[in-house]
Ligand binder design. Structure first.
Ligand SMILES: C[S@@+](CC[C@H](N)C(=O)[O-])C[C@H]1O[C@@H](n2cnc3c(N)ncnc32)[C@H](O)[C@@H]1O
Length: 204
């Protein structure tokens, strides 16, 4: 069932906004369309959200994953989303009026967790477009992930199948395997545009 605050007409307008932001900032947005319902459900189901006490989202975009997170966490779970693009922060807030959304880079996650009285978090659900990032930015952001994830915590992020032709995407995959003891891949969501799969990385 589609549970959302947004009507189909408004969804079209939001998707046009997202595409416009992609045309203005292609490497920061990294996709021409928001994730589809199946990918959003898969990443938030894999995160086992009802059982955890803190989750942070990186790159909320139009809030399609944020909305799933809000619907799946328990009422005591600490949750906030981080998004650098002002227009998309507004889109997330509109879709998820009760959610805390910071206009801030994911690299500031530690500071925001501290503001919530947390030293770290149990889950990070990331939509950051890793394959469009240079090596330094990949390293900085992965350092943040390792720094803020609690022991036993899980990092979930997705990658586009066609993107794997890019060396930067393969470099990111290799870095994930270097940093985490265990990294697994979901099956591909072929109906997403572009088709995507999820990396599920466990911190010991
Ligand atoms: C591929 S879009 C995904 C949006 C949405 N979560 C979805 O699944 O449709 C990636 C998002 O990451 C945001 N982003 C890029 N770099 C970021 C950073 N350093 N910190 C926070 N958000 C960032 C972009 O502005 C964009 O909204």
């Amino acid at each position: 069932m589609r549970r959302t605050n947004i009507s189909a007409e408004n969804e079209l307008g939001i998707n046009i906004k997202f595409l416009t932001q992609f045309l203005i900032h292609p490497t920061k947005i990294g996709a021409i369309a928001p994730s589809n319902n199946k990918l959003c459900d898969m990443i938030t189901d894999m995160a086992e959200l009802p059982q955890i006490s803190s989750v942070v989202e990186f790159g909320s975009g139009t809030g399609v994953i944020t909305e799933k997170i809000v619907n799946k966490i328990s009422k005591d779970t600490t949750f906030f989303a981080m998004e650098i693009n002002e227009t998309l922060v507004e889109a997330t807030k509109k879709r998820c009026p009760g959610a805390t959304v910071y206009q801030s880079s994911a690299s500031n996650a530690k500071k925001h967790l501290e503001m919530h009285g947390e030293e770290g978090c149990d889950r990070i659900i990331s939509s950051l477009p890793w394959s469009t990032f240079g090596e330094e930015l990949q390293d900085d952001l992965l350092e943040t992930v390792m720094d803020v994830l609690n022991p036993g915590g899980k990092f979930l992020t997705y990658a586009y199948v066609p993107g794997l032709v890019f060396p930067s995407a393969r470099r990111f995959r290799n870095k994930l395997h270097e940093k985490f003891d265990k990294v697994t891949k979901s099956k591909t969501v072929w109906t997403n545009f572009p088709p995507a799969f999820i990396y599920y990385a466990e911190k010991t």
